[in-house]
Design a protein around this ligand. Structure first.
Ligand SMILES: Cc1ncc(COP(=O)(O)O)c(C=O)c1O
Length: 335
């Protein structure tokens, strides 16, 4: 585990839950390492000060970064200590975001090798972080070379912790069309969801993949969310068949950072969470309602309201009249 936000009174719980911890700064190390030393394998997160990500919001190595002890600081601290730091059993870095190439990883490992060779000799493990997409057909050689360098030269255990690469495709967001109308020559399809359910659309300015979106398709729509925010728009999409009120629109690749970031801006309910088991069965895991919305603002729903809540609910893509499995079928043609 690593976080810039470790608290002293949470360290007992950290010890119970984790085998490895990476302290995020030298200051955090000095304050909290003594509390857990000997109970858990302690490492230091380093900021290698090598930037690979164009958008600063997602660059862990941006100038004045809060993520990891800056390499130059660590190097100068170690100068007076023969290149080692008592108690450090691992080195952790995470320097990339959605990278399709492993060349930045190899560059980072070579950089650390050049600057922290003595510390690498001291440690038992190196955590390479996540930030790589592991796409089909990508060149894995730089990854192998990076791991081989660390293992052959320093005999360390090497960890990776990919997130998006593992779960990115494990979730979809199934929405329905609520309204369709023309605006300045384009057709708007209003959905019963919102970019607030996929906040990275706004944060990253990216256009999520949609099932049956066909370049050159005859029917073009601006897929829009149902909140009052003008920019609550997913983008322009084309389909071979027209959409109509009630048509399903399925956003793909919603497995990472969607549920954890989704919020209830202005009362639009969160989507119901379903799980599809290995045998194909679909189960409802969680439905949200007005009570959830109110409780986030410190409110508490009365018994009478609870009855009303159960009967009507709040708006949002949670109450489907079409079974989930049917929702995954191609968008139906208009009547
Ligand atoms: C320290 C660390 N490791 C791993 C990950 C997973 O990253 P990704 O989902 O980009 O692979 C993150 C994500 O922010 C992270 O901060």
């Amino acid at each position: 585990m690593t976080t810039p936000g470790f608290r002293t009174n949470e360290m007992d719980a950290v010890v119970e839950c984790c085998d490895f911890v990476s302290f995020n700064s030298l200051s955090q190390w000095q304050r909290l390492h003594p509390n857990v030393a000997g109970q858990i394998s302690c490492g230091l997160r380093i900021n290698p000060q090598l930037s690979f990500v164009r958008d600063k919001k997602y660059d862990p190595c941006r100038k004045h970064s809060k993520l990891g002890a800056p390499l130059d600081q660590v190097v100068s601290l170690l100068k007076g200590r023969d290149g080692t730091l008592n108690g450090v059993r691992g080195i952790h870095f995470h320097t990339n975001c959605e990278s399709e190439s492993f060349i930045p990883l190899l560059k980072t490992v070579k950089h650390i090798d050049r600057h922290l060779s003595k510390l690498l000799k001291q440690v038992e493990w190196v955590n390479l972080g996540g930030g790589y997409l592991f796409e089909d057909g990508c060149d894995l050689d730089p990854l192998f070379e990076a791991v081989a360098l660390l293992k052959d030269k320093y005999n360390v255990e090497v960890f990776i912790e990919p997130g998006t690469a593992i779960v990115g495709d494990a979730g979809t967001l199934v929405a329905s069309v609520l309204d369709i109308f023309e605006s300045d020559g384009k057709t708007i399809a209003v959905l019963d969801t919102t970019v607030n359910h996929l906040p990275e659309v706004l944060e990253f300015q990216y256009r999520p993949d949609v099932l049956n979106d066909t370049p050159g398709g005859k029917f073009e729509y601006i897929l829009a969310g149902c909140t009052c925010l003008a920019g609550d728009v997913f983008g322009e999409y084309r389909f071979e068949e027209p959409l109509s009120v009630g048509s399903r629109v399925v956003f793909l690749g919603c497995g990472a950072y969607s549920l954890v970031k989704a919020h209830m801006f202005n009362g639009v309910n969160l989507p119901t969470i379903y799980i599809q088991r290995g045998n194909g069965e679909v189960e409802v895991i969680r439905r949200f309602g007005y009570e959830d919305y109110l409780s986030r603002m410190g409110g508490n729903i009365s018994a009478a309201d609870r009855t009303r809540n159960n009967s009507s609910g709040v708006t949002g893509p949670q109450e489907s009249t079409v079974p989930y499995s049917a929702a995954m079928q191609p968008v139906p043609p208009a009547e």
